[in-house]
Write a protein that binds this ligand. Structure first.
Ligand code: ADP
Length: 278
């Protein structure tokens, strides 16, 4: 037993003899919903491209023919509706809150679809933030979803932790940028997933390099990538290195993410599909 044992194994990383399996704290899905696989997309901090990667994965899985959904759990920084150009508000039915379906058929729920004014800040405390995400799982009508991608709040604090515990995640994708790719930050995300017994499906290094549109040469603007060393250190799979891509960024910022052509993201989705099927 750890010297200062709190008897709460969910908040302790020590692998001692009295360790108990984490309690199942996952919330029940709406009785009319059906979601086959749930994948969390996490990052150590904001601004590294977590929402962009979440959106790209959903778009690529949708193109592969799967019914795909996004649960936007980044309540204080919801950017998913904007990436898909969604302006309408979500409505309710007697079976639950109805997600908004995008042009290509991706079901989305985000706090911005419920707020009267999308620029209103969400000034809520942790339990209310986590409670909202739980309701997105329990009260939204997710019909026949094959793959749901969850845009998690950044970091490993109280709110991400509660959300981790309340959703039945089949695995997580860690998104980093070269500036942020320090072992400690990845280590924290890896440890959190391990403590929850959630498999790490892989790591994506976003804004990894810039490919010159004229000569095709790849420039590593932030220096040599440490991705390989860190993936090896933690025994995780590299899913993708996504370049700095002004086209994807513009599409994401103007609501046209569904029309994006992004080869590395497509390859990452295909690798992920194989992994999730095995
Ligand atoms: P996070 O969800 O981690 O806060 P976002 O996905 O919202 O980050 O991305 C932050 C900003 O960076 C957005 O304006 C987005 O369009 C831009 N961005 C993300 N990925 C890339 C990329 N690979 N190339 C260029 N810009 C990007």
């Amino acid at each position: 037993m750890a010297e200062e044992c709190t008897h709460d194994c969910s908040s302790c990383g020590a692998s001692c003899s009295s360790r108990t399996e984490p309690q199942d704290m996952t919330e029940k899905l709406n009785e009319y919903s059906s979601v086959k696989k749930v994948i969390g997309v996490v990052s150590g901090k904001g601004g590294v491209g977590k929402s962009t990667v979440t959106s790209l994965m959903a778009v690529m899985f949708n193109r592969m023919g799967y019914h795909t959904a996004i649960l936007d759990a980044d309540i204080t920084g919801p950017s998913i509706p904007k990436a898909f150009g969604i302006k309408e508000k979500a409505l309710g039915s007697d079976k639950g809150i109805l997600p908004i379906t995008t042009h290509s058929g991706i079901d989305i729920m985000s706090v911005n679809l419920l707020l009267e004014n999308e620029t209103d800040p969400v000034i809520w405390r942790g339990p209310v933030l986590a409670g909202t995400v739980k309701q997105f799982w329990t009260d939204v009508l997710w019909q026949d979803v094959d793959y749901m991608f969850v845009d998690m709040p950044p970091g490993t604090g109280d709110v991400p932790l509660t959300i981790f515990q309340s959703l039945p995640l089949d695995g997580i994708i860690i998104v980093t940028s070269p500036q942020e790719l320090v072992s400690m930050i990845v280590g924290k995300a890896v440890k959190m997933a391990q403590m929850m017994n959630i498999p790490i499906l892989g790591i994506v290094e976003n804004m990894s390099y810039f490919k010159c549109p004229d000569c095709g040469k790849e420039h590593y603007l932030f220096g040599k990538s440490k991705l390989e060393d860190i993936a090896k250190e933690y025994g995780i799979n590299i899913l993708a290195r996504l370049p700095i891509d002004p086209e994807s960024a513009r599409a994401c910022d103007t609501g046209k993410i569904e029309s994006v052509i992004n080869k590395p993201a497509e390859e990452a989705a295909s690798t992920l599909e194989t992994q999730l099927k095995s």
